[in-house]
Design a binder for this molecule. Structure first.
Ligand SMILES: [Fe+2]
Ligand SMILES: [Fe+2]
Length: 372
């Protein structure tokens, strides 16, 4: 039986449809008469309640509908295993609709406050084209229930009917389920850094991992983000080398970058222990400078800030504008007020960003006219 609503994660030029079930069994997705199985090495995965099917964007953009399919398998016997009856759920899907511009809503730092996340994420209502979840969605990944906050929020905002871009945050990396967390989100073969393309929009997602050095006592020796970040330097070099297939591909008109931690801005008042990887982040920034990024969207600081290109608050010579755009408020706090995210519209005029709480309050953020 199906549990929560599926999540349609955008990675590369695919949609990774991830859905959970209450029992273990085999699963697949059907789009336009074709089957996309949750399969590994030619075998249907069954010893899990979280399933992933990878569908080319072109197929789902055309059919605008997908069916999640499941058959329970109580015991994976080596011979004559017996599957339960086929269960199916159909979901309508709307790809990014450019007719009124593309509407992207970025939320983040919800730290398990599901209702707040949903309320902020609904800013655009039915006009939403892409939900951006910029990390720290659960408070930690201690249990499967924590991790499922991703589905509670994404399902509450999109109902499985719109694409979702997920950027991992430093709190998503903590707790017993932190490694399994990767099974619940869109990744490039397990990598939480990747590029994507939808219509004329190209984007790149980076992941700093933790926000302090690996030998911080807080991590107790179970973190190795240093090599992970260096693999992303190689990834950035590869994207630059293959620019004709990436940011310089025919038809690309807008280039966005995403990272939970705004590694290229000032520390916004944080302690020096968070000022890490200066040399490497300078390299990342220089590589991003070569990609003609129109805007970078970050989270993490729990406060709002805008950095126009050339702003004194930008480090490492960052040549692109940056928005730090999530200001969560938690219902448990005595001075609670609604959380803010960043609402972005991309149209012929350029990129228009405001901070929004999903309940009618907006604050100006950034206006960027289209480069000639
Ligand atoms: Fe956070
Ligand atoms: Fe964070």
């Amino acid at each position: 039986m199906f549990d929560r609503k599926p999540c349609v994660f955008l990675v590369g030029q695919t949609y990774q449809i991830i859905f959970n079930t209450l029992e273990r069994g085999i699963a697949w997705v059907e789009v336009g008469g074709a089957q996309y199985p949750d399969e590994k090495g030619g075998l249907m995965r069954s010893e899990t309640t979280v399933h992933r099917a990878v569908v080319p964007c072109a197929a789902l953009d055309e059919s605008r509908e997908y069916t999640v399919c499941f058959r329970a398998l109580p015991e994976r016997r080596p011979y004559y295993p017996e599957l339960g009856p086929e269960e199916r759920e159909v979901y309508p899907f709307r790809p990014v609709d450019w007719s009124d511009g593309a509407q992207l809503m970025m939320i983040g730092d919800t730290h398990s406050c599901v209702e707040e996340g949903i309320a902020t994420g609904r800013h655009f209502g039915d006009k939403l084209d892409l939900l951006v979840m910029n990390g720290d969605i659960p408070a930690e990944s201690k249990t499967e229930r924590d991790v499922l906050a991703v589905f509670d929020i994404a399902g509450g905002v999109t109902g499985g009917k719109r694409p979702v871009l997920f950027i991992r945050g430093n709190h998503d990396t903590r707790g017993k389920f932190a490694v399994e967390f990767l099974d619940f989100i869109g990744t490039d073969q397990g990598n939480t850094y990747f590029t994507f393309r939808t219509g004329s929009l190209w984007g790149i997602v980076l992941d700093c991992g933790e926000d302090k050095w690996d030998d911080s006592v807080e991590y107790g020796g179970i973190v190795r983000c240093a090599p992970f970040r260096r693999r992303q330097r190689e990834f950035l070099r590869r994207v630059l080398a293959e620019k004709e297939k990436e940011f310089a591909a025919p038809g690309v008109r807008t280039r966005l970058a995403f990272c939970h931690v705004p590694f290229m801005t000032d520390l916004m008042g944080l302690d020096k222990k968070f000022d890490i990887e200066q040399e490497l982040y300078a390299e990342w920034t220089a590589l991003l400078n070569g990609m003609g990024i129109d805007l970078m969207l970050c989270a993490h600081h729990h406060q709002l800030a805008t950095y126009p290109a050339g702003d004194a608050g930008l480090r490492y010579g960052a040549a692109f504008p940056v928005i730090v755009g999530t200001e969560p408020h938690f219902p448990s706090s005595p001075d609670f007020r609604p959380s803010l995210g960043t609402a972005v519209t991309i149209d012929e005029g350029g990129i228009h960003a405001v901070f929004a709480d999903g309940r009618g309050r907006t604050l100006p953020a950034m206006e960027l006219s289209r480069r000639k």
